[in-house]
Design a protein around this ligand. Structure first.
Ligand SMILES: [Zn+2]
Ligand SMILES: [Zn+2]
Length: 663
């Protein structure tokens, strides 16, 4: 018997029945046999020991393949587990005292959870890494074998490893359990589904153990706390280096740290977790962002509306939030009359009611209702992080009600808004994730309107292609009422943030009974586009702090100019300067502290104030100032008028970087 497989180039290949991935690679050529790390059967990653099924499309995975690193990260987790066991055995502990949880591949690397006779220390990480490199140098072959469930259980019971026993007990009765053994019976064996590279020597050398953390077994607080060791691994030294640099840089730019240092926001225990307080400097940034949004939206034909922070239960029954979203909502307040009110998790139901507030005709469409609405979501307390995950959020929200014929132009305009904002904030790395429904979820996860799904998804795809933006399509990730687009952007140091989502909604307008009368006097239900390109103030400012490392463009800087008088006698002139800058709308502060001039300059630099204007005798007599700037080369003796016009121009144009002054 022979099996026939298809290679990536479309050519067929005949193999003996029972041939493995390794046999396949060898049949293609000795070079490939040597370079092979695994195989891909269709989309499924598998190892060289797996038999190749008849009819499969098979790709041999080598170092050049982006899947190689996944196999290598997984094998590194096993090598780490062996190193941990060896470390404890070398210290005189019996091997059974090292109990193991799970060791999966994660983004950028891997981890492994252990229950150990003593706590690991940061020093242990270096020793473990050394031992891992020895195991890699020994190039131990990984052998996969299977045992019946009962034997597998008996084995881990005998070893006294309760975690593995529990994992196996959760598997179906008739399942055969697979193991990977590295370095023979004297080596290390782990319960594992795989896949793995063929030997420990096939992993990438560009890895590093990063840190230790406590982790509850299976994420359950009532179960034992295990010790988790994290590692990262990349295909090349450059990628590893870049990753380590990015982590260092992200620490320096951490929005929680900078947000406190720059007096932007605080989180106060008495106010509550996830409920940030905006300090005056943060409030200035919010005002600037709202001013931007209002200008842009007014120009684009939006109408501004306002809605309350809470509403009756009935509203959320109509919207479907109570049925689909209740877990993320704050519990209700019950009034004396028994009526229940909820604080709003989203603005949509209110805008729908505004649409319904009077009869609508096709002449009213598209109707674009915008509001910086504050929403409240009961996020899990463990998930709250600074400004990026909060419980109260002010959203750059709007809902566009339009006909199907208007949809393309409206959606395209929304995509254009994003691009415009990206340019303004200097975001050049972004991707739109287009989430679609899955036909098998119709009537369950998704509204049961297959034809509407097909049409709207087609329209969204057309717009993305037309707008020429990078996008990826994802099956089975849509909202229940329509397709959505998640906008992913990268900060200046390459870290990814989910900024906002755009959604097309063809179901909820119907639930609200929204209608308009069309040109032929017929009643029709509008489509609704949900959009929030500037995200929430919380998420956007959290992102901007990291992106700019707190060194904001002039227009966004809470304090644009710090005025430093050289001596006390220059205080009046400094105030005169402040008044003149204020007259053209610029924000400045005068430093009248008793510090020496250099200390004052340092203080302004710590606050990352874009301009420091220094005034002394010479400046006062000539009606000028000297400045230092984070934006342009320093200058002496610049006339006040020229300086204020220069900055006002950059402010009005919302320049990312101010061009050097020409006087
Ligand atoms: Zn494994
Ligand atoms: Zn909405």
């Amino acid at each position: 018997m022979q099996v026939r497989v298809v290679l990536p180039d479309g050519k067929g290949l005949e193999l003996e029945e029972g041939a493995t991935g390794a046999d396949l690679a060898a049949a293609i050529g000795p070079g490939l046999a040597k370079a092979a790390l695994g195989v891909r059967l269709g989309d499924r990653l598998s190892d060289l020991q797996s038999t190749v099924p008849n009819g499969a499309t098979v790709t041999v995975v080598t170092n050049k393949d982006s899947d190689a690193i996944t196999l290598q990260r997984h094998t590194l987790a096993h090598i780490l587990a062996q190193a941990v066991r060896d470390l404890f055995v070398a210290e005189g502990y019996p091997p059974e005292s090292v109990k193991m949880g799970i060791g999966p591949v994660i983004e950028n690397g891997f981890y492994y959870d252990f229950d150990l006779p003593r706590s690991l220390t940061p020093d242990d990480l270096a020793r473990l890494e050394t031992r891992m490199r020895e195991i890699i140098a020994a190039d131990l072959p990984l052998r996969k074998y299977a045992l019946p469930r009962s034997q597998a259980l008996a084995r881990f019971r005998a070893q006294g490893d309760p975690y593995k026993v529990e994992l196996i007990e959760d598997l179906p009765e008739d399942e055969t359990i697979t193991f990977y053994e590295q370095g023979g019976e004297e080596g290390f064996t782990d319960l594992c589904r795989g896949p793995h590279v063929p030997s420990t020597g096939s992993v990438t050398p560009h890895f590093k153990l990063m840190n230790l953390a406590g982790a509850y077994w299976r994420g359950d607080e009532s179960r034992p706390m295990l010790q988790r060791v994290y590692g990262v691994a990349f295909a090349t030294a450059e990628e590893l280096e870049h990753h380590l640099w990015q982590l260092e840089e992200a620490k320096k730019r951490d929005h929680r740290k900078l947000g406190a240092e720059l007096d932007i926001f605080v989180l106060d225990e008495d106010v509550g977790p996830g409920l940030p307080l905006w300090l005056p400097r943060g409030a200035v940034m919010i005002d600037e962002i709202e001013r931007l949004a209002k200008e842009v939206e007014e120009e684009a034909g939006y109408d501004r509306v306002r809605s309350p922070h809470l509403a009756k239960q009935r509203l959320y029954e109509i919207s479907g939030h109570l049925a689909h979203y209740q877990e993320d909502m704050y519990p209700p307040m019950e009034l004396d009359s028994g009526e229940r009110y909820y604080v709003k998790p989203m603005n949509c139901p209110f805008h729908h009611k505004i649409f319904a507030a009077r009869p609508r005709s096709y002449r009213d469409l598209p109707l674009r209702l915008a509001e910086y609405g504050t929403c409240y979501r009961y996020e899990d307390s463990g998930a709250l992080t600074g400004l990026l995950r909060v419980r109260s959020m002010q959203m750059n929200d709007a809902h566009i009600y339009c006909s199907e014929e208007q949809f393309e132009a409206e959606f395209l305009a929304v995509v254009d808004l994003y691009l415009r904002y990206f340019e303004l904030f200097g975001v050049d790395d972004y991707v739109m994730r287009f989430s679609k429904h899955a036909p098998e979820g119709l009537g369950k996860k998704y509204v049961d309107q297959p034809e509407l799904w097909r049409r709207t998804e087609g329209m969204v795809r057309d717009v993305l292609v037309k707008a020429n933006v990078p996008f990826v399509e994802q099956e089975d990730e849509a909202a229940f009422y329509g397709p959505k687009i998640d906008v992913q952007i990268r900060s200046a140091i390459g870290r990814e943030f989910t900024l906002a989502t755009n959604q097309v909604d063809f179901a909820v307008p119907e639930r609200f009974g929204l209608e308009y009368v069309d040109e032929h006097n017929e009643r029709r239900t509008p489509l609704c586009i949900h959009r929030a390109p500037l995200s929430t103030h919380e998420r956007l400012i959290g992102f901007l702090i990291e992106h700019f490392a707190g060194d904001f463009p002039l227009w966004l800087a809470p304090e644009q100019v710090r005025i430093v008088p050289i001596a006390d006698r220059h205080a009046d002139y400094a105030h005169e300067l402040q008044r003149r800058l204020g007259a053209v709308g610029l924000r400045s502060e005068v430093d009248l502290s008793n510090e020496r001039m250099n200390a004052k300059i340092r203080d302004a630099e710590l606050y990352k104030v874009p301009y420091i204007a220094i005034v002394g005798d010479q400046e006062e007599q000539a009606g000028t100032l000297s400045f230092r700037s984070r934006q342009e080369p320093e200058r002496k003796g610049v006339p006040v008028e020229a300086f204020s016009l220069h900055l006002k121009d950059a402010y009005d144009r919302r320049l990312l970087k101010v061009e050097p002054i020409r006087v």
